[in-house]
Design a protein around this ligand. Sequence first.
Ligand code: GTP
Ligand code: MG
Length: 391
Amino acid sequence: MKSEDIAAKPVVGQHVVAPRQNQHQPDKAAGLDIAIVVPTYNESQNVRKVISVLSAVLTPLRFEIIFVDDNSPDRTADIVRDLASEYPQVRCLQRVGRRGLSSAAIEGMLATTAPVVALIDGDLQHDETALPKMLDILYSEGVDMVVGSRYAEGGGFGDWSQNRRRLSELATRLSKRMTGVELTDPMSGFFLIRSNCLRERVGDLTGVGYKILLDILSAPGGKIALREVPYEFREREAGESKLDNKVILEFIELLLARTIGRWIPTKFIMFAMVGALGIVVHMVVLTLLFRSGFVSFAAGQAIATVVAMTTNFFVNNVFTYFDRQLRGWQLLPGWATFCAASAVGAVANLGIAVYLFETMDTVWFLSALGGVIVGSAWNYAVTALYTWKTG
Ligand SMILES: Nc1nc2c(ncn2[C@@H]2O[C@H](COP(=O)(O)OP(=O)(O)OP(=O)(O)O)[C@@H](O)[C@H]2O)c(=O)[nH]1
Ligand SMILES: [Mg+2]
């Protein structure tokens, strides 16, 4: 690459943080200029074209293309390996027994010795023709990262439906506000980064979910000097989207991890949110049964407790533990251990609250709060270990 050419080029996008000094030259010692990481899950129909378009735009450079495939049932990994005989720059990292776009991206980016690594989707939605320009900007501006942005002037979302567009805008606003990341498109999955910058912060990444860029930029360890370049998001070439409810829950988990999760485990926060819902369920059921005169207070309280525990179990199963959801027959022992743990938790709650109130002379609401916190922590710890077996 000729730096005199790139220095003359206009910078596209937004200047977020001051660039590093003395970072204007590619690493001469490295054998490669750039590695392109392509996470794939069931992209067998797209990989040939991905390789061919990437090779066409990158050819003057020394590059490798690393596919990180999570053992796709459509045998994407086998097809990638076959294509490597035509394209020697192709590598295949096949992960077995694991899923996840962010973690695949991280492992792919760590697998190369190239000084710069780019991330691009395997369904041809990202504009690969922007890559040489992005690499030019990285060196000419001396920044650590160049991000493709759909929100920057000149970028766009192609044929996205109104609903998907609105959801993306909401998630973008939420993530900017919660993490303080200053970027027009923190949800972008298309960027390039200096490998050493990634390696410096890899220990602080959560690796959760789809939003690897947000994960990197919200990690502790100082701001990253970056530029944004606009690009137009394209239609998926072939195959199916992997976006589902799980992606939304993983996004919530990442945002929690980067905010309140610095002090309290994210799963505990989600568990406590469900616990608060359980109190509402309990009170509604008790009101309906007791106030309407159907049953005695004791019977109403007992029924409300069982209903609230059962609701909490099912909501925790799809919300807090969406990533290790119990299904089919597993639900029965899951429900039983959850109820048993909650019963002991209730006794602990009562014991602590009464002890604080009567023996320690604590104000009534602090005594009650103490009981609730100890009971919830117990419920969380025991159900994590026995119901959802996270130990
Ligand atoms: N290795 C790996 N790759 C994944 C996983 N989930 C998605 N991908 C890949 O990540 C890229 C982005 O996923 P998509 O499902 O296309 O997500 P999207 O582009 O945000 O959504 P669409 O616009 O609906 O396509 C694609 O190349 C997928 O094959 C996963 O669990 N593991
Ligand atoms: Mg896609």
